[in-house]
Design a protein around this ligand. Structure first.
Ligand code: ZN
Length: 322
C-alpha cells in the first residue's frame, strides 16, 4: 500500500478461525479429494497453469528472489507472450500481492479442489455446500493472478456446475470487486456474474468493478456490478443485495455460486465497508432464501475479532433459511 512493504494479510490463521466457526455450527468438515487438472483447465489457460507449476523453480535457477514477484507489466497487452521468466512473471501476475513461493502450486491446487468438491456435492443433489478455500480466487483471471488469488475457485465451481445445468449465476459479496470472475465470463450469457462491493474508484481492484461494465458480445447484459460508497453499512449492502438477487432471479439459474468474502466487515483491517455481525446474519438469511442449489466459496475476510463470528452468523442464518 502506497509503496510501503507490509506483511501479507492472507495468513493461515484465517482458515483456523473459519474452521472454528464451522465446528461451532456442528458441521462436519471434509478434506477435498484431488480433482485433477481438468476442472482448472476448463477456466485457466495452459500456459498460465504451466507457469504456476514451474516458475518458482525456474526463478530460483536464475538466482532470483525467494518468491517470484514481477518488476514489469504489459499494461497494454498485444498478444505477445514473452520467453524470459521475468516477462512471463509480469504477464501472469497483476500486482505484488500474489508472489509465487515454493508452496504456491500445492496451496492453490488444494484450494481449488475444495471448490470442485463443493460443486460436485451440489451437482449430485445437495441444496448447498461450503468450500473453505484458502487462498481466495475471485481476482484471478483465466491467465492472471492478482490480490492473493491464483486459481479462480468460484469460476472453477461455476464451470463445473455448468456441465449439469444450462445457466449458472455467480454472486460475489466480497468487499472487493470479483474482477477475475467477471473477466472469465465477460463474453458469455450462460454464466451471469453479479458483484456487490466497495466503489473501485477508491479501492482495489481500481480498474474493474464499475457499474458501466456490463459484459461484451454475447455476454452483454450478463455482468452486473453494484458498487457501494466507501464506508457504507448494513442497510446499503442489503439494498444492493436485493437488487443483485432480483437480477439473478430473472436469469433463472439452475445453480448459484456464492463468492463469500467477509471483508465488508466494519472490523476488517481493509476498512472499506462497515457491515456488522447482525448484517452478515441478515445477508445470510436473504441468500439462504434463494431457491436454487448454492455452492458457497470462501473468498476474503481478514483477521479481526469477529472474522469467525461473522462466518458463524452468516452460515447459521443461511442454513436456517434453506
Ligand atoms: Zn476481498
Amino acid at each position: 500500500m502506497a509503496g510501503a512493504l507490509r506483511p501479507i494479510p492472507e495468513v493461515p490463521e484465517r482458515a483456523d478461525r473459519l474452521l472454528g466457526a464451522i465446528e461451532r455450527l456442528g458441521l462436519q468438515a471434509e478434506e477435498p479429494v484431488d480433482a485433477g487438472l481438468a476442472p482448472l483447465a476448463a477456466v485457466h489457460t495452459p500456459e498460465y497453469l504451466e507457469f504456476l507449476q514451474n516458475i518458482h523453480a525456474e526463478w530460483q535457477a536464475l538466482g532470483g528472489s525467494r518468491d517470484v514477484v514481477p518488476s514489469v507489466h504489459p499494461n497494454y497487452r498485444n498478444g505477445v507472450y514473452p520467453r524470459a521468466a521475468v516477462g512471463r512473471a509480469g504477464y501472469h501476475l497483476a500486482d505484488t500481492a500474489c508472489p509465487v513461493s515454493a508452496e504456491t502450486w500445492d496451496a492453490v491446487r488444494t484450494s481449488a479442489n475444495a471448490a470442485v468438491a463443493a460443486a460436485h456435492t451440489v451437482r449430485e443433489g445437495a441444496r448447498h455446500a461450503y468450500a473453505l478455500c484458502r487462498p481466495p480466487g475471485h481476482h484471478a483471471y483465466a491467465d492472471m493472478a492478482g490480490g492473493f488469488c491464483y486459481l479462480n475457485n468460484a469460476a472453477i465451481a461455476a464451470q463445473t456446475l455448468r456441465t449439469a445445468v444450462d445457466r449458472v449465476a455467480v454472486l460475489d459479496i466480497d468487499l472487493h470487486h470479483g474482477n477475475g470472475t467477471q473477466g472469465v465470463f465477460y463474453r458469455r450469457d450462460d454464466v451471469l456474474t453479479v458483484s456487490v462491493h466497495v466503489d473501485p474508484s477508491d479501492f482495489y481492484p481500481f480498474f474493474w468493478g464499475h457499474a458501466s461494465e456490463r459484459g461484451e458480445g454475447a455476454g452483454l447484459g450478463y455482468n452486473h456490478n453494484l458498487p457501494l460508497p466507501l464506508g457504507a453499512g448494513d442497510d446499503a449492502f442489503l439494498a444492493a443485495l436485493e437488487a443483485a438477487l432480483a437480477r439473478i432471479e430473472a436469469f433463472a439459474p439452475g445453480c448459484m455460486v456464492l463468492s463469500l468474502g467477509l471483508d465488508a466487515s466494519a472490523e476488517d483491517p481493509f476498512g472499506g465497508l462497515t457491515v456488522t455481525s447482525d448484517g452478515f446474519a441478515a445477508i445470510g438469511r436473504r441468500i439462504g432464501a434463494v431457491t436454487c442449489p448454492v455452492a458457497l466459496i470462501q473468498e476474503g475476510g481478514y483477521l479481526s475479532d469477529v472474522l469467525g463470528e461473522n462466518l458463524y452468523r452468516f452460515l447459521g442464518a443461511f442454513l436456517e433459511a434453506r
